[in-house]
Design a protein around this ligand. Structure first.
Ligand code: HEC
Ligand code: HEC
Length: 483
């Protein structure tokens, strides 16, 4: 998609696509992702099968021409010398052709584009979702197999804080999909087994909280972020630049959590269990020969725990603000072409069934900023108190089942709000393969089918199947121009 951007918008685009603020140290020297990819001899075809997106405009021209000829002869790519040549994968990465893997010198870091960009698949599309084409920034990558990508890294143990752990302070209780948690003495093979198991780490999901809980969340759109506040399913952040800063200063370099500011933040959120997690992490880093951390370059400091500086630091604010503008300006895709009369009927059902009491009908307006209490979105919610915390933080709560796992430690009580669920954009729904943040519902029709029962998450139903079909058409056809 040609985009004529100038000044800060162009800067924002570059930040989104390529900025690492130094996290290549974490991904290359601590997690050792490039070494793992090389050792596993991952071919470009296998990279596409992991859901990775390739920017054809960054592919070296001789390779691009050879690939075009090969795909003309065999559009499946199965016989392609390019797609089956493992030695080309690192070359594509170093050419910045693999979206979100950002080459810096001889190292590779991570940028926002890893999960929040797609290609237009104009050159090639793998049946598993990866594709080659021109970049479309802001679309959620629903097919990205991050668990498997992390398991491929040579030192997956460096992802300790975003793994499902067993901690003494939690009396051995572990939270997440796996029956038992990992510990500092778990082996690389045991970490790999956790991350590569699609039951614990499903495709399209990312565990974005360093809380020692196994709580992957389904990916979300990142276009029109002017409409999306508050941010994250739990709505902790009201400003995207604060959200982005947290990603850059902790998630993309988890060794930042071992700094005094990182420790203070984790302690505030998780008390003794948090302290134990960081002590364990330091042991893991030492045992796996990780030195010279943290890696991220920050430019200003603040109080740990504040939303602007959760771990006490902030990366270049001008770049963060430029990215805000870029993310607000990214357009939502056009709604799918659907049966119009059916969609019109669906809109009436949507309004008559109480959906519009929470969701907008005009998708060009910001989503309501209300957080809905967990109990309202999930009547089955019956949490137990796992630990007390200093107000305004709520106690650490957990219900049986995974729906509320992310909210146990991380929720909007950080800013004095409730443990509730934020409103999603109702955009680009036709491309979505699974629904709700925990991937629990396989289709839109199933989401509104009363057979899910009165205590299921999001129990808002349309009883008649014909009316449900109309609502599904209505939703698939929505775009930011729908009134
Ligand atoms: C490894 C995958 C991954 C990467 C890389 C990533 N994100 Fe995300 N992002 C997610 C997932 C998964 C969610 C959904 C989280 C949730 O529902 O709470 C998300 C949600 C968001 C949201 C909330 C959107 C909303 O409507 O509430 C924002 C904002 C965001 N990401 C910004 C960024 C920025 C900025 C970067 C780069 C600094 C980034 N993300 C990098 C996976 C990723
Ligand atoms: C009480 C407020 C409320 C009502 C009523 C409500 N929703 Fe929702 N809806 C939400 C929230 C909050 C979410 C996010 C749930 C999650 O993923 O955790 C959501 C999620 C969704 C999603 C899934 C988006 C995705 O990306 O997975 C769709 C589609 C949707 N709602 C449509 C509807 C329809 C149709 C109705 C009426 C039958 C309805 N909603 C009623 C609050 C509500």
């Amino acid at each position: 998609m040609p985009q004529d951007l100038s000044g800060d918008a162009a800067l924002g685009r570059d930040v989104f696509r390529f900025e690492t603020f130094g996290n290549e140290g974490f991904w290359t020297d601590a997690v050792r992702l490039p070494a793992g990819i090389a050792a596993a001899r991952v071919t470009p075809m296998q990279a596409l099968e992991l859901g990775l997106q390739v920017d054809v405009d960054a592919v070296p021209s001789d390779v691009r021409q050879r690939l075009a000829r090969e795909l003309k002869d065999d559009p499946t790519g199965r016989s392609s010398s390019v797609l089956n040549d493992a030695s080309l994968t690192p070359k594509l990465v170093m050419a910045n052709a693999v979206m979100g893997m950002s080459a810096k010198g001889d190292k590779v870091g991570t940028s926002c584009a890893l999960c929040h960009s797609m290609s237009d698949a104009s050159v090639f599309k793998s049946p598993k979702g990866g594709s080659i084409g021109h970049r479309i920034d802001g679309l959620a990558n629903h097919d990205l197999n991050l668990g498997m990508i992390f398991a491929t890294a040579a030192n997956t143990r460096a992802l300790y804080t975003v793994s499902q752990l067993t901690l003494v302070a939690n009396k051995g209780k572990t939270l997440g999909g796996a029956p038992t948690g990992l510990t500092p003495s778990s082996t690389e093979a045991e970490f790999d087994a956790y991350f590569s198991n699609p039951k614990y780490y499903p495709v399209g999901m990312f565990d974005d909280s360093f809380d020692g809980n196994g709580d992957p969340m389904h990916n979300t759109p990142l276009f029109r972020q002017d409409l999306a506040a508050p941010y994250g399913s739990e709505g902790t952040f009201t400003k995207i630049d604060d959200f982005s800063n947290l990603v850059f200063t902790s998630l993309f370099d988890q060794t930042m959590l071992t700094t005094p500011g990182g420790r203070a933040f984790v302690h505030k959120l998780a008390g003794p269990a948090g302290d134990e997690m960081i002590d364990g992490y330091v042991k893991v880093l030492a045992a796996t020969g990780v030195t010279g951390y943290p890696y991220v370059k920050t430019t200003s400091t603040g109080k740990p725990g504040e939303l602007a500086t959760p771990v006490g630091v902030r990366v270049d604010n001008r770049k963060l603000l430029a990215m805000n503008a870029y993310l607000a300006g990214l357009q939502a895709p056009r709604g799918a072409v659907v049966d119009r009369p059916s969609a019109m009927r669906g809109k009436m059902v949507f309004q008559a069934s109480g959906c519009a009491g929470c969701h907008n009908t005009d998708q060009g307006r910001p989503v309501p900023t209300t957080l809905h209490p967990m109990k309202q979105i999930w009547p089955g919610d019956a949490p137990m108190v796992l630990a007390q915390r200093e107000p305004p933080l709520n106690p650490v709560l957990n219900s049986p089942g995974v729906f509320d796992d992310k909210w146990a430690v991380v929720n909007a009580s950080v800013r004095g709000e409730k443990r509730g669920v934020a409103m999603p954009l109702l955009l680009d729904l036709a491309r979505k393969p699974v629904f709700l943040h925990d991937n629990s519902v396989p289709s839109l029709d199933a989401l509104f089918d009363p057979r899910r029962g009165p205590t299921a998450p999001h129990p808002f139903y349309v009883a008649k199947s014909a009316q449900r079909a109309d609502v599904v058409n209505y939703l698939k056809g929505l775009d930011a121009g729908s009134r």
